[in-house]
Design a binder for this molecule. Structure first.
Ligand SMILES: [Zn+2]
Length: 463
């Protein structure tokens, strides 16, 4: 008996959680938080459908919170480990999970102070202590090394680009007659020809495939992100304003630092100050520097030449909250990189509250903005945005650099999936808004003749 229950990332891009039952052994592939609309976020509070203590293991694909942020809650509910992750993912999680817990605690405190919660008192989903306990369950598994979970049940990580440490999971399950089947979970698929990290490994084939579809119905803007970034910055510099970049702490921030350094070195933009105002991004940047075995040849070459490829000249790394507040008196042109990437939390909210009304400000989004987030609202042109319970008028210019994505688009997903040695018997298209998942499903079915389906949330399929 082998089944998968899609407990998240079905009909949406967040909350990745796939419950695998292999001959009575329960494994959870990814333990993600739901993010975005209130309806989605409330799902984080729902009781887990099986006792957390009955899970034999959690296998994480990568450190993003929508793939890992539910782990502390699971541990609180009785999951005792092990939680498998690649070593770079483990390293990132040591910063990611306490940071997420800290945000949860802060939000609960704020809701209690403002009386804005219908629950009294408002509680965090999990605490810093829960996060620390979750970290205690981590066990590192290097890429390409087969790990035995139980006799007849093994898994291997394959490099997936996307972010530092990101992996696909190939699960190998023994079936009657001594044969075995494989289930390949794509995780989030990265892109080819982007700086810093090694490229994703192509899909090698498997009996079953679970594939993400964040950009299943779209192509990335083919323009060079360097040109787009230079244009946006030069335009903002003319207005002498501050450029606020809500950036995902992991990967996007490092890619931006890399590109800004290049642009300044090439004199494509003036050497304006760049402030990195995100404790999480600072930690992530240190991890990107340290994990040299993950660097692509170009990055390795730069490091060998003694350069720090992730440090533009005039880089200011902001530490404490009072230093962050001091940026309020900063006048442009200057760049502030700060999290979170969809403006759902983090220090960027303080900067947005302070600078959104000012028409000299430019807000530059650098990635996918999920429905219901402030990022999506700003991009949709809303004239005022709610921050910390108050409406803030939007006078700033809002821009988006669409070519900077950590996710493969529909063509790149097709290339990634393209030529496996073994064609999958069934394909489950997940991790997308409904139209995107349907589009990728249609594409893979028509291009390769694969049997594709888009599972519903909480659906169980028996394989
Ligand atoms: Zn991701």
């Amino acid at each position: 008996m082998l089944s998968i229950t899609f407990l998240g990332a079905a009909g949406t891009v967040t909350g990745s959680r796939y419950l695998v039952d292999a001959h009575g052994t329960r494994i959870l592939v990814d333990a993600g938080l739901f993010q975005g609309t209130k309806e989605l976020r409330l799902r984080n509070w729902a009781p887990f459908p099986v006792p957390a203590s009955s899970l034999a293991a959690v296998i994480l694909t990568h450190a993003h919170i929508d793939h890992t942020g539910f782990l502390p809650r699971l541990v609180r509910e009785g999951f005792a480990g092990p939680t498998y992750a690649t070593p770079p993912t483990s390293r990132l999680l040591r910063a990611v999970l306490p940071d997420a817990a800290h945000l949860q605690e802060e939000e609960a405190r704020f809701a209690n102070k403002a009386g804005s919660s219908r629950h009294a008192p408002a509680l965090p989903l999990f605490t810093v202590r829960d996060a620390q306990e979750a970290l205690g369950t981590l066990a590192g598994v290097p890429f390409g090394q087969r790990l035995t979970l139980r006799p007849g049940l093994e898994f291997t990580y394959h490099r997936q680009g996307h972010i530092l440490g990101a992996a696909a999971v190939e699960l190998r399950v023994k079936v009657a007659g001594g044969d075995h089947v494989t289930v390949y979970f794509s995780g989030d698929v990265g892109r080819y020809d982007v700086p810093i990290l090694k490229e994703p490994e192509r899909y090698p084939g498997s009996t079953f495939l679970v594939v993400e579809s964040t950009y299943g119905d779209r192509l990335h803007d083919p323009s060079d992100p360097r040109d787009q970034l230079a244009d946006v910055i030069n335009e903002a510099v003319q207005r002498k304003g501050v450029i606020l970049v809500p950036a995902f702490a992991i990967d996007r921030t490092q890619e931006l630092l890399y590109l800004l350094r290049e642009l300044i070195e090439d004199e494509a933009i003036p050497p304006i100050p760049v402030f990195l105002d995100s404790p999480l991004a600072r930690e992530a940047t240190a991890a990107y520097r340290a994990c040299v075995q993950e660097h692509d040849p170009e990055m390795r070459e730069l490091v060998r030449g003694g350069a720090d490829p992730l440090a533009p000249p005039n880089l200011g790394v902001v530490g404490r909250v009072d230093e962050s507040k001091r940026l309020n008196s900063l006048s442009g042109p200057a760049i502030i990189l700060s999290g979170s990437g969809m403006a759902t939390g983090g220090r960027i909210l303080h900067h947005l509250r302070h600078r959104l009304p000012d028409p000299s400000t430019t807000v530059v989004f650098t990635g996918f903005q999920a429905e219901g987030t402030r990022g999506r609202r700003l991009l949709d042109g809303e004239k005022e945005i709610k921050i910390f319970g108050e409406m803030v008028p939007v006078g700033a210019q809002v821009r988006s650099i669409s070519s900077l994505s950590a996710h493969a688009d529909v063509d790149e997903l097709t290339i990634w999936a393209g030529a496996p040695e073994v064609a999958p018997a069934r394909v489950f298209v997940t991790h997308g808004e409904p139209a995107a998942s349907r589009a990728l499903s249609d594409r893979l079915a028509s291009r390769f003749g694969w049997r594709c389906e888009v599972p519903a949330l909480e659906q169980t399929v028996t394989l």
